[in-house]
Ligand binder design. Structure first.
Ligand SMILES: N[C@@H](CCC(=O)N[C@@H](CS)C(=O)NCC(=O)O)C(=O)O
Length: 220
């Protein structure tokens, strides 16, 4: 099994970060390939790679065939099925179901926050004129994640690190970069500090800050 993860700009691509972090948290060997989004020819490259024509894409190649898995959630599930992940889904069936629900919620929801506060790891932390809907979503995230942390006792959402933490990592970057951390519980603030201090997260943020492309508006 030889894995290649195609990602977008580390500065902006939140869905790429999720898949990348799952691989990193689990120490899985993989090759990384970056496609700079919204630059000339990028879409043609993504169309060639997968039916989704977006990043991330996980390419699993062996001698006989090459499989391209697109969509961060499908990548997470493929990795969880292929490897005995140390940082995967919770072992307990009920907790696992809840962790999957939280990932599905992130995958399909929180659109106001995602649109108004695109991930930008190079942004100097400052607020914008948040809409009511964005602030409501922040409070919903605060309640959901704080409850998880109180229930598990931390330091990760379900105690030990897992896919669900990777899924919410870009939200933590947004809370930080849009100066929203003072609006969340002490538990979520401590969790955020813990996530931002992970060596893999620091590597991603540092690399993103070094990228030279600037995208004015990206919503994901
Ligand atoms: N639901 C997808 C979303 C992927 C997505 O929106 N990717 C963005 C970058 S973070 C992208 O490829 N944008 C470029 C484009 O759509 O052309 C997933 O979970 O992987």
């Amino acid at each position: 099994m030889a894995l290649t993860l195609i990602i977008g700009n580390k500065r902006y691509s939140s869905w790429s970060l999720r898949a990348w972090l799952i691989l990193k948290l689990n120490d899985l060997p993989f090759t990384e390939e970056r496609v700079a989004l919204f630059q000339q020819g990028y879409k043609e490259r993504l169309v060639q790679l997968s039916a989704g024509a977006q990043v991330p894409v996980l390419v699993d190649a062996d001698n006989e065939q090459q499989l391209c898995i697109f969509d961060s959630l499908s990548i997470a599930e493929y990795l969880a099925e292929s490897f005995n992940l140390r940082c995967g889904w919770p072992a307990d069936k009920k907790q696992r179901a809840y962790a999957r629900s939280l990932c599905a919620l992130m995958h399909a929801g929180f659109t106001a926050l995602r649109q108004q506060c695109p991930m930008d790891v190079g942004r100097i932390p400052q607020p914008v004129d948040f809409s009511e809907q964005t602030l409501e979503e922040v409070q919903r995230i605060n309640q959901i994640l704080s409850r998880c942390l109180l229930h598990s006792g931390g330091p990760f959402l379900f105690g030990t690190p897992g896919i669900v933490d990777a899924y919410y990592a870009p939200v933590i970057i947004r809370l930080d970069r849009y100066a929203l951390l003072h609006q969340v519980s002490p538990e979520l603030r401590a969790y955020s500090a813990h996530i931002l201090a992970l060596p893999a997260m620091q590597d991603w943020v540092e690399a993103g800050q070094q990228e030279t492309e600037r995208i004015v508006r990206i919503s994901h």
